[in-house]
Write a protein that binds this ligand. Structure first.
Ligand SMILES: Cc1cc2nc3c(=O)[nH]c(=O)nc-3n(C[C@H](O)[C@H](O)[C@H](O)COP(=O)(O)OP(=O)(O)OC[C@H]3O[C@@H](n4cnc5c(N)ncnc54)[C@H](O)[C@@H]3O)c2cc1C
Length: 415
């Protein structure tokens, strides 16, 4: 019997375990480790501060999402010894033949000087990338009477890189409905040179920020937060004051990955971007946000990549070559407020473009365009997540990115 050990029962680890149970021979044992039994639908965190999704709604039992043939061990992972093929947990040690790291990213506000100072943290400075942070922020949003609101990205990469933009658009909507929008000065502060990473999307999203009267502060590399004067201080000397700070802290891989010498500077596992196999150890792989592949850290990427990964992993397990290649396919809805959303579709080689998805002309979804249908798609994603993605069911969208329906970048620039 071969032992497959998956570290992390979040989006990627759960999907993978449920798919491997069907793909591997019955002699394989599949064990998943996570620190608790709380599986959160993280895209739901975005809506908690606005009161449109409750904290209870985003959380379900991890065990209930896993096939009964998968063993779930609830414990904290402390370190991996890849030579001995063992993983040390807080209370016991597990051995493996095959290891898959799926422990995602962790927001680390402690990495920015001054941010977690008790005078401001969760009083006037918040994150919404954790359930607790989103709950605390809801109270602050409800009681905010006006002033300077900053929505801030500390550094890239972060998971779901569109989520802070969505927060900005939803905040505009929220304060308009409260009839105090004219009292709230919103600035989007980013280390990037525009609203988003790639030229076509950056331009389109920049227009939406402008349309909502949201200021854009670009190329902002934060040095520290001054808790006394409530200012972000940049390495270039710029100071940006706030009354309410909504920040996305540095996102890092799990600490045990760093402590075990298996990660890069930010704790992400270096892998082959096509097969997700560790560059250091043949029997080690990393899926989901935990790897260093150069695409978005997103649930959609975990879904597309795992589809390809399972074929490769079962081949490797059987001693055969891995012949399938993941292309970095990502597909992200962007809530833009006012009951509409946009959609991005891209991969390692093709930037997000305008056009229709998944089919030429017919769509029905529009890329990089605000539509009601995209918004309905975003809302529907919650049920798709629980009912289809996590159980490892097939979704009727292409796994690898297709150019069908996309308008090339040169044509977008002309129009
Ligand atoms: C606000 C927000 C909005 C988002 N919106 C979208 C969206 O619209 N679309 C989209 O595709 N994606 C979205 N995402 C991103 C998506 O949720 C993640 O990319 C996805 O969850 C990654 O899956 P993962 O399995 O790699 O990591 P996770 O789902 O985070 O799972 C990692 C698991 O590892 C466990 N773990 C970590 N360290 C340890 C340890 N030392 N010991 C034990 N267990 C450990 C954690 O408990 C966790 O369960 C959003 C994320 C956020 C925060």
């Amino acid at each position: 019997m071969s032992k497959v050990l998956i570290l992390g029962a979040g989006t990627a680890g759960t999907m993978l375990a449920n798919k491997l149970v069907k793909a591997l021979p019955p002699t394989a044992s599949i064990t998943v480790v996570d620190k608790d039994d709380d599986h959160d639908y993280q895209p739901g965190y975005l809506f908690i501060p606005f009161g449109t999704i409750t904290p209870e709604r985003v959380r379900r039992s991890r065990k209930a999402q896993l096939s009964p043939k998968v063993e779930l061990v609830t414990d904290a992972i402390v370190s991996v010894d890849p030579k001995a093929r063992t993983v040390e947990l807080k209370t016991r040690t597990l051995s493996y033949d095959w290891l898959v790291i799926a422990t995602g990213t962790t927001p680390r506000p402690d990495m920015t000087e001054g941010l977690t100072d008790e005078r401001i943290w969760r009083k006037s400075a918040f994150d919404f990338y954790t359930r607790d942070g989103a709950i605390a922020l809801k109270k602050a949003m409800d009681s905010f009477k006006g002033g300077k609101l900053l929505i801030h990205i500390t550094e890239m990469p972060i998971k779901c890189p569109v989520a802070p933009l969505e927060f900005a658009f939803l905040a505009d909507d929220f304060f308009r409905h409260k009839k105090i929008r004219h009292l709230v000065d919103i600035t989007y502060v980013t280390p990037l040179d525009g609203a988003f990473t790639k030229p076509v999307a950056s331009k389109k999203l920049g227009y939406v920020l402008e349309d909502r009267s949201i200021r854009l502060a670009t190329d902002f590399a934060i040095e520290r937060v001054d808790p006394e004067t409530k200012k972000l201080v940049g390495f270039d000397g710029r100071e940006i004051p706030f009354d309410l700070l909504v920040t996305v802290p540095t996102n890092m891989g799990a600490q045990y990955v760093i402590d075990s010498g298996m990660g890069d500077d930010l704790g992400f596992v270096p892998v082959d971007k096509k097969t997700l196999q560790s560059l250091q150890y043949e029997n080690v792989f990393a899926v989901g946000d935990a790897s260093n592949i150069p695409t978005s850290k997103a649930g959609s990427v975990a879904h597309f990549s795992i589809h390809v990964f399972v074929d490769n992993f079962t081949a490797a397990y059987a001693g055969k070559p891995m012949t399938h290649a993941f292309d970095g396919h990502a597909n992200c809805f962007i809530e833009s407020g006012r009951g509409k959303a946009m959609l991005l579709d891209f991969n390692y080689d093709t930037e997000p473009l305008t056009g229709s998805f998944p089919v030429t002309t017919i769509g029905p979804m529009s890329l990089l365009k605000e539509t009601r249908l995209n918004h309905i798609g975003k809302l529907a994603f919650e049920q798709i997540y629980w009912q289809m993605l996590l159980p490892g069911r097939h979704l009727p969208v292409p796994t690898l990115m297709s150019m069908a329906g996309k308008v090339p970048a040169e044509k977008t620039k002309e129009s």
